[in-house]
Design a protein around this ligand. Structure first.
Ligand SMILES: Nc1ncnc2c1ncn2[C@@H]1O[C@H](COP(=O)(O)OP(=O)(O)OP(=O)(O)O)[C@@H](O)[C@H]1O
Ligand SMILES: O=C(O)[C@H](O)COP(=O)(O)O
Length: 394
């Protein structure tokens, strides 16, 4: 990467505003997967060892510019303290007098976690006033939040206009590994896209169609495509305003000679819960008041086969509601096929996909687990990441 990193600057005694991605999966206030916290440790420890005052900022969830009690970063700060074996301070604001006072108390090597930056409406608007408030807290900006690097927000991009800005070690590593895989992809090259953020992910498909040989669709995303083909999808997740786009992509895939795989059967539930009754049905037989929760057994076989015959696979987003055991088989089948295919370079992107691979005990069988979901996809599409472009050049 042609951007400066923390290794290129002197951080001793400096107040460093370090943007990390602590947007970890959480249930009932408990962190269910701490991959992203662990992934940020090398940068945090480096800064501590070099005598910086480490001010950590992150978003968590999508609180839409308001304080949402369950989205405070308090549990994350506590876990970070345990992992570092050190007292980590936490403020209930992300800027302002309380934060200024806490920073004034810091010694070299100390760590402070700010409150969720998305509690402020200016964050996602990349408001310059908020970016200046963040910049006023520090002498140096470090962006290590690869997972949020596709967002042009005040703490990921705006702040870099006002103080020297460099990348962290995780950011540097992600870009190097993903860039290498993409620069001359081994073929067949397969992308597997699932998960629930239909709006975010459907757009990336257009660009992926220019790059991949096979495109596999699963998870909640699949039902917009299933409906676009004219099938009943019952209560399954769907973005009706994206139906035309879905049709267009299927047509484009045909024209470009990309093999486009959609579920041929699914597991449906009569409720979005672990206690739901379930049925395995063909794709043209989804009952009108049931919801598609996972890919079915025939689909699992087909997808596993494509994976086994691929040389490079990028996977973003689970195939079903894997947090519920009943609906985890599709995601598990994909993870197992990747784990078995020792000839296949596998890149896993996304908080939930990484959590799934971890849950199945297969994390060490993957070639690279990226901390970025949307970010890794946008990078793989060849887009410039706003969190990277604004960093200082070497
Ligand atoms: N058929 C489905 N219906 C509803 N939700 C689904 C379905 N399949 C998967 N999901 C849900 O999708 C969620 C993950 O989607 P998401 O798009 O956030 O993926 P991700 O890999 O974590 O990417 P990112 O890191 O960008 O968030 C999981 O919580 C899972 O339960
Ligand atoms: O989970 C992610 O992909 C990142 O933390 C970004 O979160 P966002 O999609 O809410 O911007």
């Amino acid at each position: 990467m042609n951007k400066k990193s923390i290794r290129d600057v002197d951080v001793k005694g400096k107040r460093v505003f370090c943007r990390v991605d602590f947007n970890v999966p959480m249930k009932d206030g408990q962190i269910t997967d701490e991959t992203r916290i662990r992934a940020a440790l090398p940068t945090i420890q480096y800064l501590m060892e070099k005598g910086a005052k480490v001010i950590l900022a992150s978003h968590f969830g999508r609180p839409k510019g308001q304080v949402v009690e369950e989205m405070r970063l308090t549990p994350v700060a506590k876990r970070l303290g345990e992992l570092l074996g050190k007292n980590v301070a936490k403020t209930d604001e992300a800027y302002g007098p309380e934060v200024q006072a806490a920073i004034a108390e810091m010694n070299e090597g100390d760590v402070l976690v700010l409150e969720n930056v998305r509690f402020y409406p200016g964050e996602e608007k990349n408001d310059s006033a908020l970016a200046k408030e963040f910049a006023a807290l520090a002498d140096l900006y470090v962006n290590d939040a690869f997972g949020a690097a596709h967002r042009a927000h005040a703490s990921t991009a705006g702040i870099a206009e006002y103080i020297p800005a460099v990348s962290g070690l995780l950011m540097e590593k992600e870009i190097e590994v993903l860039g290498k895989a993409l620069s001359n992809p081994e073929r067949p090259f397969t992308a597997i896209i699932g998960g629930a953020k239909v709006k975010d992910k459907i757009g990336v498909i257009r660009n992926l169609l220019d790059k991949v040989d096979n495109l596999i669709i699963g998870g909640g995303l699949a039902y917009t495509f299933v409906k676009a083909q004219g099938y009943e999808i019952g209560k399954s997740l769907c973005e009706d305003d994206k139906l035309d786009l879905a049709k267009e992509f299927m047509q484009m895939a045909k024209e470009k000679g990309v093999n486009f795989y959609m579920p041929v059967d699914v597991v449906v539930g009569d409720d979005f819960s672990e206690n739901a009754n379930t049925q395995e049905v063909d794709i043209d037989a989804i009952p009108s008041d049931w919801e598609g929760m996972d890919i079915g057994p025939k689909t699992r076989e087909i997808y596993a086969d494509v994976i086994r015959n691929s040389k490079l696979v990028i996977w973003n987003g689970p195939m079903g509601v894997f947090e519920m055991n009943k609906f985890a088989n599709g995601t598990k089948a994909v993870a197992e096929a990747l784990a078995e295919s020792t000839d296949t370079y596998s890149v896993i992107g996304g908080g939930d996909s990484a959590a799934a691979v971890e849950k199945f005990g297969l994390a060490d069988k993957m070639s690279h687990i990226s901390t970025g979901g949307g970010a890794s996809l946008e990078f793989m599409e060849g887009k410039e990441l706003p969190g990277v472009v604004r960093l200082n050049d070497k």
